[in-house]
Design a protein around this ligand. Structure first.
Ligand code: F6R
Length: 610
């Protein structure tokens, strides 16, 4: 949802800013721009389209300097165009600004500035910022104080970076949108996210809301809005530069699908001891004994992982519900001191999920963030954080983080159940086999490796490429997997895809099923008989059916036209493996349609506006 980068060091800012923008393009790709401060003053180049268009512009009309800011945009106010692309400047080009977020009171500020003679060139909310700064410069303030004065007038969310003519510094601030500093011997960076500058440095400083920062070529200074100094120390991230690069792959999505064995190993590593006890370190022993209700809040793929996790908790006899984060903040569920509110969010920056987390503050409930990003807002604002340790995910379509989220939630479910000394139903009565679950969880990385290596989905993507619609169905943990399969498919192929609880088809959606509707059914080895009935209902309306399920499920295999198998594991984990086939099905289908797989139209990875 817009990526910003700033860099100050020796001459040569533009190359590094372009690298940063390419690394941030997953946050938005409607338009891109750069501004540098050099001996000519401030020079700006910006263009509608992806960073390649900006690169072409820079080749025709090069600029460079020691200090610069850059932006890649996902439009909120104003359509994608050269004029609306960032950076934005004041009338005289004394300052240039990039911004991620939304300035809610921009109309009022713009009217006020226009009345004072300022001329605007774009339809964006951002453009008020350079004009506000310029107004304060006119009153004699220096750039830092003028920047601070402008920030104080803003309502909404922002991460903003600014350069000023004649000053060797970048001025920045954050409120509600992420911003992190990168420290290197030769240069200092600022960006929306660590991958932007991971090629240059792994030494970072996470900023907090209402921080104002000035970076220079030899470091940084952080203050609050009133100018009082704040201590923000640096740390080394445990992501390597290669983690955020495509390497030999055509797409990040494919790379990240293939990284699932590693991601799962990292998610599980050191968290199950030899006595099958789950150690999550964030919770000292006994901490979760009083939890009697777990409420998940999440969006998109993380919502599906939360649905999956909620089912695992319920299998262990723990009450659990899942709320869409975009609704929970406005239509909250009743919670009390026995409630654990779990915000599941890969980025830790999704505005809807943060709004839900904030709605929980002030209640008696405890909060837990389950996230991939150290230093993210969710990690800082929740009472506790459980990191999923999947490594950076750059493709807009979430893949490896879904598997790692489910693994982390499976561990959480076991840990809560252990502390409550919950006695599972006997396996013979349909209860969960706890020791088998933990054994299979340890085996999951190898099992998923065999699924992604098989790549059987390619043949089916080719065979069914001309269907009108793709319906994904499943039951139990197969239901969130069906929803996730459909989300992935529609997101990157742009074809119509819907996910349903298998039993729901006959309550309406079956009216849409024809011989041109491909039905993709997930089997887990639990209650498959009922799902086979639902498959038959679709088949008798002429629909071809692809089944995905355990190797040994003969009945499921025989009920469908095509079958993609996964290694036999407990039903509770079979969905994670089936999902890897669905990711590959969507990937190949999108490739056959020549889609922009890593940057699907209208989307961005980190959705930092509500
Ligand atoms: C889909 C996808 C999105 C995100 C959603 C939440 O492939 O990536 O649906 O899952 O925007 O993002 P996080 O997990 O960062 O809160």
């Amino acid at each position: 949802m817009c990526g910003i980068i700033a860099r100050i060091g020796e001459n040569g800012a533009v190359d590094e800013l372009m690298t940063g923008l390419r690394n941030l393009e997953y946050r938005g790709y409607d338009s891109a721009g750069i501004a540098v401060a050099n001996e000519h003053g401030i020079e700006v180049r910006k263009r509608e389209g992806e960073t390649d268009a900006l690169h072409a512009l820079l080749s025709e009309s090069p600029i460079d300097g020691p200090i610069g800011i850059g932006h890649t945009r996902w439009s909120t106010h104003g359509r994608p165009s050269d004029a609306n692309a960032h950076p934005h400047t004041d009338d005289d080009g004394r300052v240039a600004v990039v911004h991620n977020g939304i300035i809610r009171n921009h109309d009022r500020l713009r009217n006020e500035l226009v009345a004072r003679g300022h001329e605007f060139e774009s339809e964006t909310d951002t453009e008020v910022v350079p004009h506000l700064v310029a107004a304060s410069l006119d009153e004699g303030l220096d750039p830092e104080d003028a920047f601070r004065a402008a920030i104080e007038r803003l309502e909404g969310s922002y991460a903003i970076a600014m350069i000023a003519e004649g000053y060797d510094a970048v001025y920045a601030a954050r409120s509600g949108s992420p911003l992190v500093i990168g420290l290197d011997d030769d240069a200092t960076y600022l960006a929306s996210d660590v991958p932007a500058f991971l090629e240059f440095t792994e030494q970072v400083v996470y900023l907090e809301d209402d921080d104002v920062v000035v970076i220079t070529d030899d470091g940084y200074r952080v203050t609050d809005l009133d100018g009082a100094a704040l201590d923000r120390s640096s740390e080394v991230v445990d992501w390597a530069a290669g983690d955020a690069q495509k390497g030999a792959y055509n797409h990040f999505m494919r790379k990240e699908i293939d990284e699932q064995p590693v991601a799962l190993r990292q998610a599980i590593e050191g968290r199950i001891d030899d006595d099958d006890r789950v150690d999550l370190s964030v919770f000292p022993n006994g901490e979760l004994a009083e939890i009697d209700d777990v409420v998940f809040v999440a969006c998109g793929t993380s919502y599906h992982a939360a649905m999956y996790g909620s089912r695992l908790l319920r299998r262990r006899g723990i009450r659990s519900t899942v709320a869409r984060a975009n609704e929970f903040a406005y239509d909250p569920l009743p919670v009390d001191e026995g409630t654990l509110i779990v915000a599941v969010t890969q980025s830790g920056e999704t505005a809807d999920t943060l709004a839900s987390l904030r709605a929980a503050v002030g209640t008696d409930a405890r909060t837990l963030a389950v996230t991939n990003v150290v230093g993210s807002t969710a990690a800082r604002e929740a009472d506790e954080t459980l990191f999923i340790r999947a490594g950076p995910e750059i493709g807009v379509a979430a893949t490896k983080t879904f598997s790692s989220q489910v693994a982390a939630l499976a561990l959480l479910a076991e840990r809560i159940a252990d502390e409550q000394e919950a006695v599972p139903l006997p396996v013979a009565d349909g209860g969960l086999d706890r020791s088998q679950l933990l054994a299979d969880l340890r085996r999951l990385p190898d099992a998923i490796e065999s699924v992604v290596a098989s790549d059987d989905a390619l043949r089916l993507a080719e065979r069914y490429r001309d269907a009108d619609s793709y319906f994904f169905i499943g039951r139990g943990v197969g239901y969130p997997v069906a929803l996730e399969g459909a989300l992935k498919f529609k997101e990157i192929t742009y074809d119509h895809a819907e996910g349903f609880a298998a039993g729901q088809l006959k309550h309406g959606p079956l009216a849409l099923v024809t011989s041109n509707t491909v039905v993709i059914a997930t089997f887990t080895g639990r209650n498959d008989e009922q799902t086979i009935h639902n498959v038959q209902e679709a088949k008798s309306r002429g629909a071809p059916v692809i089944g995905i399920g355990p190797e040994s499920s003969t009945a499921a295999r025989e009920a469908v036209d095509e079958y993609l198998s996964v290694p036999d594991v407990v039903p509770e984990l079979a969905g994670v493996l089936a999902n890897a086939h669905l990711q590959l099905l969507a990937y190949h289908a999108a490739e056959l349609r020549d889609r922009a797989i890593d940057k699907p139209r209208n989307l961005a990875k980190s959705v930092t506006v509500e």
